[in-house]
Design a binder for this molecule. Structure first.
Ligand code: ATP
Length: 316
């Protein structure tokens, strides 16, 4: 979670990038506080990847600045800068002739960490990512599934414990079931808890599940920057409204929580016993299939009724 009282860890000001006559990123500014997760969302070609790569100098801007911890990134050597910023891409980019353990250890070795510490950290990370090191550490990337390779990519980005992680469609190549699972693991990963994360996706559900704030882009311009709730219920313009129109109901179910619907629940409802910050979507899942399933299914009707009323109370 973000600590908004602290100084921004990343500040972008007036970032612009042109390729030929086209400005693919246009005058983008934002500030991220330590621990915040920003999701860059938008249609294909809107400039998400370019914006992400401007942050670690894989792309240089035509105008504007990026500051990390108050320091202009142009004052740092790109290689040095990148060692302090984890980077995960959809194509994973594992080194094919390195074992899983050696892939994970690349940056800590460059940084001169002690071999025993590297070994312990690698094993711990693989274990956390459901890749028991006894079984996977010595394998080569081609001996892994796509989802396993993406987990190794994530372990590699976390290995040197950088405070900032940039992720470009990290779950892009996966089937929907694996994608949902890996996303759940990702949310629960302790190693990511204090990180400042910028994640690119074109998947609206993914954005709503993972973001503290979402930046919705179109043709290189910021259409809206805000919390998932603000984008959904206080859309800045028609583009934003249209972008979420097709998935409005599932997004509302993910955005409103039991705390929002509580005033509209019947007195004594068992739903009051569930955590108040649980999204309505997750509460419904628990009512219909979860391990903590209450004895009565009448809860579904009461929950949907309360959800409907809570929606009407939201500003649109
Ligand atoms: N090196 C480059 N040279 C010329 N044009 C480029 C270059 N890199 C990106 N572009 C163009 O810039 C625009 C934005 O590309 P970018 O990859 O940032 O978009 P994106 O939102 O990440 O797209 P996607 O979701 O399809 O990956 C596109 O029109 C792309 O063709």
């Amino acid at each position: 979670m973000a600590d908004s009282a602290s100084a921004p860890i990343i500040r972008a000001t007036g970032l612009t990038k042109r390729y030929g006559p086209h400005a693919v990123v246009q005058d983008v500014s934002f500030a991220l506080h330590p621990g915040e997760t920003l999701v860059l969302l938008g249609p294909s070609g809107c400039g998400k990847t370019t914006l992400l790569r401007l942050l670690n100098r894989l792309v240089e801007p035509d105008a504007g600045t990026v500051e990390i911890n108050g320091q202009d990134v142009r004052r740092q050597q790109p290689e040095e800068l990148r060692r302090g910023i984890g980077y995960v891409i959809q194509q994973v980019g594992l080194l094919p002739h390195y074992s899983v353990a050696d892939n994970v250890a690349v940056v800590p070795r460059l940084l001169g960490h002690a071999p025993a510490a590297i070994e312990a950290r690698t094993a711990a990370l693989l274990r956390r990512l459901h890749l028991p090191p006894e079984q996977y550490a010595a394998r080569f990337p081609h001996e892994l599934s796509g989802g396993q390779q993406q987990r190794v990519g994530l372990a590699r980005a976390l290995a040197a414990d950088p405070p900032i992680i940039l992720l470009d469609e990290p779950f892009g190549a996966l089937d929907p079931v694996t994608r949902t699972q890996i996303r759940r693991d990702f949310r629960e990963l302790e190693e990511l808890r204090d990180k400042t994360i910028v994640l690119v996706t074109h998947d609206v559900t993914e954005a709503f599940e993972l973001a503290d704030r979402i930046m919705l882009l179109d043709a290189g311009r910021v259409q809206q920057l805000g919390t998932p709730r603000e984008l959904l219920f206080q859309s800045a313009n028609d583009f934003v409204r249209r972008f979420f129109a097709a998935e409005r109901l599932p997004l509302q179910l993910r955005t409103l929580t039991l705390a929002d619907v509580q005033p509209f629940l019947p007195p004594g409802s068992q739903l009051r016993e569930l955590p108040a910050k649980l999204p309505v979507h997750d509460a419904l899942e628990q009512l219909t299939s979860g391990p903590k399933r209450p004895p009565s299914s009448a809860g579904v009707g009461a929950l949907m009724h309360a959800f409907e009323q809570a929606l009407q109370a939201e500003p649109v």
